[in-house]
Design a protein around this ligand. Structure first.
Ligand SMILES: Cc1cc2nc3c(=O)[nH]c(=O)nc-3n(C[C@H](O)[C@H](O)[C@H](O)COP(=O)(O)OP(=O)(O)OC[C@H]3O[C@@H](n4cnc5c(N)ncnc54)[C@H](O)[C@@H]3O)c2cc1C
Length: 445
C-alpha cells in the first residue's frame, strides 16, 4: 500500500481528477493493492475521524471521488483482468479502465456495455449504471454485473452474487458506491465485433433542424443493434474535418452497429441520404470506436441530464437553439435514445427507475478558463429550464453533478429508493460511504 499526503512529490498527480473544476486536497490518499489494504485504509479513516472517498477512474464529474482533508481510498492499483471465453465472464480489478477491459475482451471477440470515453473507470461507471453504445443490445453495464468482491465499512471482505447477498447485488446494479469499496467486478460478456460498422456523420448548422428530426425518426425505432447519439458541437480544426465545417456548430451522429457490419451499412443509408459533408462511418475495430470520443483530462466540466418519453419537433427546436448559444467551443449538446434491452430490465434486477424512458438529453459543458465557469454552468441550467416541459422527471445519475437528494430519489423512484435505504442501512449504517450520489441510511439509535 502506498500512502500519499500533502507535500509529497506525487500528491498533485494522485489527487487530480478528470474534471479540472475539482481541486480538492485530501489529507491522505491510500493507493490500495488488495482488499487487505482497503480494510487498513478504512480502519485508519475511522481512527483519525476522516471522511472517506472512493476513487477508481477519477471521472466523477461532481468530484465525488475525492474530498478536502479526508482519506481517499484509491483502487487504481487493482488492475487484473481475467476473461473466461467459455462462460463469457470477466473478473475485473476495480482499478481497470474501459480501454484496458475492451482490449482484453476483444481478444476473444467479446465485450460488454462500456464507457464511451475509454479512460473512464469500470468500477464507478458500472456501479452508477453504465450507459454505453451496446446498451440497446445488452443493457446498461450494471445489468451485466454478475457479482462483486468488496470491503464493507467495518472492514469485512464479502463476495456478492445472485447466491450471496442478492439484495446487495440488486442495489449495486445502479445504486453507486454507497455500500462498500468494490475491489473486483464480475461482468457478463457478449459476442461483439471485433469489426463493427461505426463512426460519425456530420452536417452544418443550417441543416440542424432537419437533421435533428431525421435523426429522431431514424434512431427511436431502430433495431437494437444500433447505439447512437446526436451531438451538436463546434467542429474542431482537425485533419478529418472538412475545412468549410471547422469552427461551425455542427450536428453529428455518432453510431455503432453491434450486429453484422453489412446490416449496419444498410441501416445508415437513410441518414446518408441527407448528404453529410462529413462521413466517417465504416467498418472499424470496436476498440477503435470506443476511443473515438476521448478527450484529454484537464478541462473544466459541468453537465446535467433528463429523461423524455418522446421528442417532439418543439423540443428539438429547444435542443437546436441551445446548441447555437453555448458559452464554449468545447461544449456539446447531446440527445440519445434508450429503449431495447435498457427498457426490458425489471425493477427486480436493478434499482434504476424509468427505464422505459425513450430519450435522454445530456447538456455537456466543457471549457478551459475558470473565468468562464459562471457562463458555462448557466448554459446547462438554462437548457434544463427550457426543456423542462418535455421531461419525465427521471434522471440518470452518472450524467449529472451534485444536484441534491431530490434528483437521487428521482433516479430510483420512491419504491426502489426506499429499498435502497434499507440495504444502505444494513451495510453502511453510519454512512461512511457518503462521497457519492448518496443514499442516506435510516438514523439508528
Ligand atoms: C469524459 C467522461 C465521459 C463519460 N461518459 C459516460 C458514458 O458514456 N456513460 C456513462 O454512464 N457515464 C459516463 N461518464 C460518467 C462516469 O460513468 C461516472 O462519472 C463514473 O462514476 C466514473 O467512474 P470512475 O471510476 O471513472 O470514477 P471515480 O471518480 O473514480 O468514481 C466515481 C464514484 O464511483 C464510486 N466508485 C468508484 N470506484 C468505486 C469502488 N471501487 N467501490 C465503490 N465505489 C466506487 C464512488 O462513489 C465514486 O465517488 C463519463 C464521465 C466522463 C468524465
Amino acid at each position: 500500500m502506498h500512502w500519499t499526503k500533502p507535500g509529497d512529490l506525487d500528491y498533485d498527480e494522485r489527487r487530480a481528477l478528470f474534471n479540472a473544476m475539482v481541486d480538492k486536497r485530501p489529507r491522505l490518499i491510500a493507493a490500495c493493492e488488495n482488499p487487505g489494504d482497503v480494510a487498513q485504509a478504512l480502519e485508519r479513516a475511522l481512527a483519525d475521524h476522516l471522511d472517506v472517498a472512493v476513487r477508481a477512474g477519477g471521472h466523477s464529474v461532481a468530484g465525488m471521488s475525492t474530498n478536502d482533508d479526508g482519506l481517499v481510498v484509491d483502487v487504481r492499483p487493482m488492475r487484473s483482468i481475467e476473461v473466461d471465453p467459455r462462460t463469457r465472464r470477466a473478473h475485473v480489478g476495480a482499478g481497470v479502465t474501459w480501454r484496458e477491459l475492451d482490449a482484453a475482451t476483444q481478444e476473444h471477440g467479446l465485450a460488454t456495455t462500456g464507457g464511451r470515453v475509454s479512460s473512464t473507470g469500470v468500477a464507478g461507471f458500472t456501479l452508477g449504471g453504465g450507459s454505453g453504445w451496446l446498451e440497446r443490445s445488452y443493457g446498461l453495464a450494471c445489468d451485466n454485473l454478475a457479482g462483486v468482491d468488496m470491503v464493507t465499512a467495518d472492514g469485512r471482505e464479502v463476495h456478492v452474487d445472485e447466491e450471496h447477498h442478492p439484495e446487495l447485488l440488486w442495489a449495486m446494479r445502479g445504486g453507486g458506491g454507497n455500500f462498500g469499496v468494490v475491489t473486483a467486478l464480475d461482468l457478463e460478456l457478449h459476442r461483439v465485433g471485433p469489426t463493427v460498422q461505426a463512426g460519425l456523420l456530420a452536417w452544418p448548422t443550417t441543416a440542424a433542424p432537419e437533421v435533428a428530426r431525421a435523426y429522431r425518426d431514424w434512431a427511436q425505432d431502430a433495431p437494437e443493434e444500433l447505439g447512437s447519439w446526436l451531438i451538436m458541437l463546434t467542429a474542431p480544426d482537425e485533419d478529418w474535418v472538412p475545412r468549410e465545417l471547422v469552427g461551425e456548430s455542427i450536428s453529428a451522429v455518432a453510431m455503432v452497429w453491434a450486429g453484422h457490419p453489412d446490416d449496419g451499412a444498410d441501416y445508415v443509408a437513410a441518414l446518408r441520404a441527407l448528404q453529410p459533408p462529413l462521413d466517417l462511418v465504416e467498418p472499424m475495430p470496436y476498440t477503435e470506436f470506443q476511443c473515438i470520443l476521448d478527450d484529454p483530462p484537464g478541462n473544466r466540466h459541468y453537465w446535467s441530464a433528463d429523461y423524455h418519453d418522446r421528442v417532439t419537433d418543439d423540443m428539438l427546436d429547444v435542443v437546436v437553439a441551445s446548441a447555437t448559444r453555448t458559452a464554449s467551443e468545447l461544449t456539446q449538446q447531446i440527445l440519445l435514445p434508450w429503449g431495447g434491452q435498457v427498457a426490458r430490465v425489471p425493477a427486480s434486477r436493478s434499482p434504476l427507475a424509468q427505464r422505459s424512458a425513450r430519450w435522454v438529453t445530456h447538456p455537456f459543458a466543457v471549457w478551459e478558463d475558470p473565468a468562464d465557469d459562471e457562463a458555462n454552468i448557466a448554459w446547462v441550467r438554462r437548457f434544463r429550464q427550457d426543456v423542462a416541459p418535455y421531461t419525465t422527471g427521471g434522471v440518470y445519475l452518472n450524467f449529472i453533478g451534485a444536484e441534491g437528494q431530490d434528483r437521487v430519489r428521482d433516479a430510483f423512484g420512491p419504491e426502489n429508493h426506499a429499498r435502497l435505504v434499507e440495504v444502505k442501512t444494513a451495510w453502511d449504517p453510519d454512512n461512511v460511504f457518503r462521497g457519492n450520489q448518496n443514499i442516506t441510511p435510516l438514523v439508528t439509535a
